[in-house]
Design a protein around this ligand. Structure first.
Ligand code: HEM
Length: 440
């Protein structure tokens, strides 16, 4: 497994094994059991019907705790419900002001995209960092216009370590980041402290009317520790998946000029030229929505995200010679539902490994449990709407500003590959040649 992670083939590796073992299998990792499944019925059980029987594990909480504090991802029960309710107020709808912020940072990102040889994946990662920090944390990191590389590298290092620690189960609990990457821990803690200090200063000023997530949490009496947690939770949840999805979308579009032509035609049809897209405009862009869905289907941006049963349980699939009977899972066993199911040909999507947005004109998953980019059930992604608007807005602006996008010869093929950090990232840089409309 670790070799597969290192060679960016974790998805391919587990997809191959799951196909061989009827889509649910049990592995032994350092003497501990680990169940992996990409069976839609099991995914439904984990995310919805047996939700209360499965929890985020104590090991996971410890692994996250050293760096991310008590982040929402590691919480369970009433504590999780209360935290999710606080976040939902800010994450579940998109304000027009978020588009103004996004537009400002997109302008900076396009200035970098214009320069050949820049990595488009890195640019959209910085874009999402700058947008998410300004919208939810009250002040942008401005990584597109200033050098924030030390902080970004620290975050990546610690996410990579946390992911490996999770895969190692209980052994991973003993590998403390404070010893493995002390400098990265220091950078991240400095960042959290600075953001928290600024938020307490802002909210202490009675004439200020800031309404971002962390300022609101402070006004509700949350502690400094809670604010530090909110800083990194929002960054990890809010930045990475959108950045990865956008980077893969650029990679795929750059290989297929006809897709970009079709996207541009749709944008020209629905949005008056030289005007910025509104939320109402974005709702009309059906083909761009298909491009996003196809990217999330083909390159799911979330990584390894296990649960553990709080008592001995039965999952609906995985037992018997064909794996179609129920199977017992003991309390405390790590269970990971793997979204490789979205790349399975046998559940309906022909040529599933191909990125083909047009499939969504005629194809739809037979059940919602066969397409789960944002989870379903109680633990659904709280930022789903914000994420979709971010991706739609970026792609629309790309269509308005650029004549063509193509891959440069330095770009390496990325099909089936991904770097596994907490979320997934592209295995290699995306060197794209982006030609402006007005450059003719
Ligand atoms: C393409 C983009 C995105 C995808 C595919 C995605 C997907 C997901 C998934 C699958 C989960 C559930 C994780 C779990 O089971 O523990 C999740 C959780 C979460 N997401 Fe997203 N997400 C995206 C973007 C965002 C954005 C932009 C935000 C914030 C602005 C956000 C905020 C959250 C939060 C706070 C949680 C934790 C929910 C909880 O534990 O109850 N996500 N996301």
């Amino acid at each position: 497994m670790l070799r597969a992670v290192k060679s960016h083939k974790f998805h391919l590796w587990n997809q191959h094994l799951l196909e061989k073992h009827n889509h649910t299998m049990e592995l032994q990792m350092f003497g501990e059991k680990l169940v992996m499944t990409d069976d839609p019925e099991n995914i439904q059980a984990i995310q919805e019907t047996q939700f209360s029987e499965l929890a985020k594990s104590e090991e996971q909480r410890i692994i996250f705790h050293n760096i991310f504090g008590d982040a929402i991802f590691g919480m369970n029960g009433e504590e999780w419900k209360a935290e999710a309710a606080l976040y939902r107020v800010h994450l579940s709808h998109v304000r027009d002001s978020a588009l103004t912020v996004t537009e400002r940072h997109i302008t900076n990102s396009f200035a970098l995209l214009d320069r050949e040889g820049n990595d488009a994946a890195d640019i959209v990662d910085r874009l999402q960092l700058d947008v998410v920090t300004e919208v939810f944390l009250g002040e942008s990191t401005n990584s597109l216009t200033s050098n924030q590389q030390q902080f970004r590298t620290a975050m990546e290092t610690l996410q990579k370590i946390a992911c490996l620690r999770q895969l190692l189960g209980r052994v991973g609990v003993w590998l403390d980041d404070k010893y493995l990457a002390p400098q990265a821990v220091r950078y991240l803690q400095n960042y959290q402290n600075t953001m928290a200090d600024k938020a307490f200063l802002r909210t202490g000023d009675s004439t200020a009317s800031s309404t971002c997530l962390i300022d609101d949490l402070i006004r509700q009496g949350k502690s400094r520790k809670d604010i530090r947690n909110a800083v990194t939770s929002t960054l990890s949840a809010g930045k990475d998946p959108c950045a990865t999805a956008l980077a893969f979308a650029i990679y795929e579009i750059a290989k297929r000029p006809h897709v970009f032509t079709k996207m541009k035609a749709e944008v020209e049809e629905h949005i008056v030229s030289n005007t910025l897209p509104t939320l109402a405009d974005l709702r009309k862009l059906k083909y761009i929505k298909m491009v996003i869905k196809e990217t999330l289907r083909n390159h799911h941006p979330l990584g390894y995200n296990p649960r553990v049963p709080v008592k001995d349980i039965t999952l609906p699939r995985g037992g018997g010679p064909d794996g179609r009977s129920s199977v017992a899972v003991l309390k405390g066993t790590q269970i990971s539902d793997l979204l490789s199911l979205q790349n399975r040909e046998d559940i309906g999507a022909d040529d599933a490994s191909n990125w083909r947005p047009e499939r969504w004109e005629t194809w739809k998953p037979r059940s919602k449990w066969e397409f789960v980019p944002f989870n379903h059930g109680p633990r659904i992604c709280l930022g789903q709407q914000f994420a979709n608007v971010q991706m739609e807005y970026f792609l629309t602006r790309l269509c308005q500003e650029y004549e063509s996008i193509s891959l440069m010869s330095e770009s390496r093929p990325q099909e089936g590959l991904m770097r596994l950090e907490l979320n997934t990232k592209l295995a290699f840089p995306v060197y794209a040649r982006c030609i402006r409309k007005d450059s003719k």
